[in-house]
Design a protein around this ligand. Structure first.
Ligand SMILES: Cc1cc2nc3c(=O)[nH]c(=O)nc-3n(C[C@H](O)[C@H](O)[C@H](O)COP(=O)(O)OP(=O)(O)OC[C@H]3O[C@@H](n4cnc5c(N)ncnc54)[C@H](O)[C@@H]3O)c2cc1C
Length: 466
């Protein structure tokens, strides 16, 4: 049976970032990944001039951990900003309305933005402007994103911003997702200044001039490939689903490819998988992990010839409020957002379906999902004829939902986990939504595992008392 300092279960970006940090510190590591490829949710297909990210395509600049890791991996010169114009749109009554300049997180901040925002009615705009004088609420109590935005900015902002944009990026339902867990900045603004608008204006909040996101010409998979290449050969063991875990001095992890022994274990799997592996250690902890809800989504990518598109794709794409009668949650105009994603004379776009708002959508067959996305895009974008390329990517139970109370449950998870020696949890189900936070949390967790191993080694080498 092979033995290592740390076994990492799950070879998504969280597990790989943890492995990178541990091997940099000189520890021996094995990443046990159930599927036949590393990267988890991150996946890019490249063929005939098309570069298609099935899942994530963008690294948020404001959270620097992922970009810093790209630079460490020698990818710094390959990071590319989004193309201009960077306008994002919101669908209302079948028409695309731009999120105007002078807005932040979609909220009009500058007076000019209130005037030009065609997305909102005048009574809606007036109600949003009143946010500056609405008294502070009980900021210590968690509430949903929908409830927060409705309370402070009114119903129209909840329906046309909170629902499609703030909850939409998490594939969730605005009336269930936690504002404290996902948008602590909004809560802090209310806590500190009594008003989001006044706080954003005081801090002169505006999008970064170079854009809010970066990516890589070969898609986000480039980052995964570089990470795996930076690890000692053989570190990542594919096709190795961990089915059981027990501890007798060291940990033993059972996989279809044989058992692996490790002094410490980092679980970097979805929370419900962590729950199933922890059952033999602490049933309450296992239950807390299993209770983190997950949504399923599907991405459908389409390539068309430029002349098939009736409406200009000047921006990054659009989001869709649930009030609109279309199965789409959002769409990205990939070839207008990033350079070199489609062959000359062609465009690439992606439609998103399912999520917490439409949980049964992804139960349908492939052909039905592709047709639903295609018909909706054709109507909104004025598309004629068949796509030259189409690809469906399913993400079944792969979008964790930080619902109201998530932070409370996370605190309980951490309290119970502290009693299990040498066992650590990371990944998007717990403290880290999105690639930058997954990288930061994976590396931080690795640091804690290394510190535990160091302390353990010095305990073992100490002569017995007396
Ligand atoms: C459609 C979509 C679009 C997104 N867009 C963006 C974006 O643009 N920017 C951004 O920053 N974030 C985005 N995200 C979020 C981001 O991709 C995730 O937060 C992040 O990739 C999660 O990484 P992870 O390693 O924690 O989990 P995962 O990627 O889910 O990795 C977990 C790994 O564990 C493995 N595993 C499961 N069970 C076992 C087992 N028993 N034994 C061994 N291995 C096991 C799985 O196969 C998987 O590889 C998006 C997510 C989705 C779904």
């Amino acid at each position: 049976m092979s033995g290592v300092d740390v076994a990492i279960v799950g070879g998504g970006i969280s597990g790989l970032a943890a492995a990178y940090e541990l091997t940099k510190r000189g520890l021996s590591v094995r990443v046990l990944e159930s599927s036949d490829r590393p990267g988890g949710v991150i996946r890019t297909d490249r063929f005939d001039g098309w570069v298609i990210d099935g899942g994530p395509d963008a690294l948020l600049v404001q959270k620097p951990a992922a970009i810093a890791l790209c630079r460490e991996l020698g990818l710094g010169d390959r990071l590319v900003p989004t193309l201009t114009p960077r306008t994002a749109y919101v669908l209302r009554d079948g028409r695309l309305h731009p999120i105007v300049e002078g807005s932040f997180l979609g909220f009009p901040i500058k007076p000019s933005a209130f005037v030009h925002a065609s997305l909102f009615s005048w009574p809606g705009k007036l109600r949003m402007a009143l946010e500056a004088v609405i008294p502070r609420g009980n900021v210590d109590e968690d509430e949903s994103i929908g409830s927060f935005v409705r309370r402070r900015f009114g119903t129209e902002a909840a329906e046309y911003l909170a629902d499609p944009l703030l909850a939409g990026i998490h594939a969730g339902d605005a009336d269930r997702l936690s504002v404290q867990a996902l948008f602590p900045r909004l809560v802090e603004a209310e806590r500190q200044r009594g008003s989001v608008l006044r706080s954003f204006r005081a801090h002169n909040m505006k999008p970064a001039p170079q854009g809010a996101f970066l990516s890589l010409p070969g898609g986000t998979q480039e980052m995964v490939d570089a990470l795996v290449a930076a690890l000692p050969p053989g570190t990542v063991q594919l096709g190795s689903r961990v089915t059981e875990m027990h501890r007798a001095g060291t940990y033993t992890l059972e996989t279809g490819a044989g058992p692996v022994q490790a002094r410490s274990v980092v679980l970097a799997v979805p929370a419900y998988v962590a729950g199933s592996l922890l059952g033999g250690f602490d049933t309450m902890l296992a239950g807390l992990c299993a209770a983190v809800p997950y949504a399923s989504t599907a991405t459908v990518a389409f390539g068309f010839r430029q002349e098939q598109i009736g409406r200009p794709m000047k921006g990054s794409g659009f989001v869709v409020p649930r009030l609109e009668r279309t199965p789409l949650l959002a769409a990205t105009w990939v070839s207008s957002k990033w350079p070199a994603r489609a062959p000359a004379g062609h465009v690439l776009m992606r439609g998103f379906l399912g999520g917490g708002r439409d949980p049964h959508r992804t139960e349908r067959g492939d052909a039905e999902l592709i047709a639903a996305a295609r018909e909706a895009l054709a109507e909104i974008m004025g598309i004629t004829g068949d796509p030259v390329v189409q690809r469906l990517y399913r993400y079944t139970r792969q979008s964790p939902q930080y619902e109201v109370g998530h932070l409370h449950r996370q605190a309980s998870i951490e309290r119970r986990l502290a009693a299990l020696p040498g066992l650590f949890l990371t990944g998007s189900g717990f403290r880290a939504i999105g690639i930058p936070d997954c990288v930061a949390d994976g590396r931080d967790t690795a640091g804690r595992a290394a510190a535990w191993l160091g302390a353990e080694a010095s305990r073992e080498s100490r002569p017995p008392a007396g």
